[in-house]
Design a protein around this ligand. Structure first.
Ligand code: SF4
Length: 104
Protein backbone atom coordinates (compact mmCIF):
# COMPACT_ATOMS: atom_id res chain seq x y z
CA UNK A 1 0.00 0.00 0.00
CA UNK A 2 1.51 3.29 -1.07
CA UNK A 3 1.30 5.10 2.24
CA UNK A 4 3.64 6.08 5.06
CA UNK A 5 7.14 4.62 4.93
CA UNK A 6 6.48 2.62 1.79
CA UNK A 7 5.29 5.77 0.02
CA UNK A 8 8.44 7.53 1.18
CA UNK A 9 10.51 4.68 -0.19
CA UNK A 10 8.68 4.73 -3.54
CA UNK A 11 9.13 8.47 -3.89
CA UNK A 12 12.76 8.53 -2.76
CA UNK A 13 13.73 5.62 -5.00
CA UNK A 14 11.94 6.98 -8.07
CA UNK A 15 9.61 3.98 -8.21
CA UNK A 16 6.32 5.70 -7.37
CA UNK A 17 5.06 6.25 -10.94
CA UNK A 18 5.94 2.71 -12.02
CA UNK A 19 4.34 1.19 -8.93
CA UNK A 20 1.13 3.18 -9.28
CA UNK A 21 0.91 2.39 -12.99
CA UNK A 22 1.15 -1.31 -12.15
CA UNK A 23 -1.74 -0.98 -9.71
CA UNK A 24 -3.82 1.08 -12.14
CA UNK A 25 -3.19 -1.41 -14.95
CA UNK A 26 -4.29 -4.24 -12.64
CA UNK A 27 -7.51 -2.44 -11.64
CA UNK A 28 -10.30 -4.97 -11.23
CA UNK A 29 -13.80 -3.44 -10.93
CA UNK A 30 -15.17 -6.58 -9.30
CA UNK A 31 -12.67 -6.18 -6.44
CA UNK A 32 -14.48 -2.99 -5.45
CA UNK A 33 -17.30 -5.08 -4.03
CA UNK A 34 -15.02 -6.55 -1.40
CA UNK A 35 -12.93 -3.63 -0.16
CA UNK A 36 -13.12 -3.48 3.61
CA UNK A 37 -14.34 0.11 3.78
CA UNK A 38 -17.72 -1.12 2.50
CA UNK A 39 -18.46 -3.13 5.63
CA UNK A 40 -16.05 -2.09 8.40
CA UNK A 41 -14.77 1.05 10.05
CA UNK A 42 -11.61 1.78 11.97
CA UNK A 43 -11.63 3.58 15.30
CA UNK A 44 -8.59 5.50 16.45
CA UNK A 45 -7.30 5.51 20.02
CA UNK A 46 -8.97 8.90 20.44
CA UNK A 47 -12.35 7.67 19.20
CA UNK A 48 -12.33 9.21 15.74
CA UNK A 49 -13.69 7.06 12.92
CA UNK A 50 -12.04 6.14 9.64
CA UNK A 51 -13.21 4.19 6.61
CA UNK A 52 -10.29 1.78 7.00
CA UNK A 53 -6.95 1.46 8.75
CA UNK A 54 -5.17 2.86 5.70
CA UNK A 55 -7.23 6.03 5.87
CA UNK A 56 -6.53 6.08 9.58
CA UNK A 57 -2.80 6.04 8.90
CA UNK A 58 -3.34 8.92 6.47
CA UNK A 59 -5.49 10.73 9.06
CA UNK A 60 -8.45 10.84 6.66
CA UNK A 61 -11.47 10.81 8.96
CA UNK A 62 -14.83 9.62 7.68
CA UNK A 63 -16.94 12.00 5.62
CA UNK A 64 -19.77 12.45 8.09
CA UNK A 65 -20.98 14.86 10.72
CA UNK A 66 -20.62 11.89 13.11
CA UNK A 67 -16.84 11.53 13.03
CA UNK A 68 -16.40 10.31 16.60
CA UNK A 69 -17.51 7.15 18.35
CA UNK A 70 -19.18 9.29 21.03
CA UNK A 71 -21.91 10.21 18.54
CA UNK A 72 -21.93 6.93 16.64
CA UNK A 73 -24.85 6.72 14.25
CA UNK A 74 -25.10 3.58 12.12
CA UNK A 75 -27.69 5.07 9.76
CA UNK A 76 -25.45 8.06 9.03
CA UNK A 77 -22.41 5.82 8.61
CA UNK A 78 -24.23 3.64 6.11
CA UNK A 79 -25.06 6.71 4.00
CA UNK A 80 -21.60 8.27 4.07
CA UNK A 81 -19.39 8.68 1.03
CA UNK A 82 -16.15 6.79 1.55
CA UNK A 83 -13.02 8.92 1.45
CA UNK A 84 -10.82 7.61 -1.33
CA UNK A 85 -7.44 8.44 -2.81
CA UNK A 86 -4.70 7.02 -4.99
CA UNK A 87 -3.83 4.53 -2.27
CA UNK A 88 -7.18 2.82 -2.93
CA UNK A 89 -5.74 1.31 -6.10
CA UNK A 90 -3.91 -1.00 -3.72
CA UNK A 91 -7.26 -2.50 -2.74
CA UNK A 92 -8.66 -2.88 -6.24
CA UNK A 93 -5.73 -4.41 -8.09
CA UNK A 94 -5.87 -7.97 -9.33
CA UNK A 95 -7.83 -10.24 -7.06
CA UNK A 96 -8.41 -7.37 -4.68
CA UNK A 97 -8.46 -7.38 -0.90
CA UNK A 98 -6.85 -4.64 1.06
CA UNK A 99 -5.12 -7.15 3.28
CA UNK A 100 -3.72 -9.74 0.92
CA UNK A 101 -4.29 -8.54 -2.63
CA UNK A 102 -2.20 -9.68 -5.56
CA UNK A 103 -1.55 -7.99 -8.89
CA UNK A 104 -1.02 -11.17 -10.89
S1 SF4 B 1 -7.72 2.10 1.05
FE1 SF4 B 1 -9.49 2.94 -0.06
S2 SF4 B 1 -10.48 1.19 -1.10
FE2 SF4 B 1 -9.06 0.38 0.46
S3 SF4 B 1 -10.36 0.02 2.23
FE3 SF4 B 1 -9.46 2.07 2.45
S4 SF4 B 1 -10.91 3.53 1.55
FE4 SF4 B 1 -11.47 1.44 0.88
Amino acid sequence: MSISRYLDYLLNSGNYEKYMQKLVDAYNPSAVQNVMCRNTISIGWDGFLYDCDFNQMLELKINSSHKHVSNFNADELNKREIVIGQHCYGCTAGSGSSCGGAVT
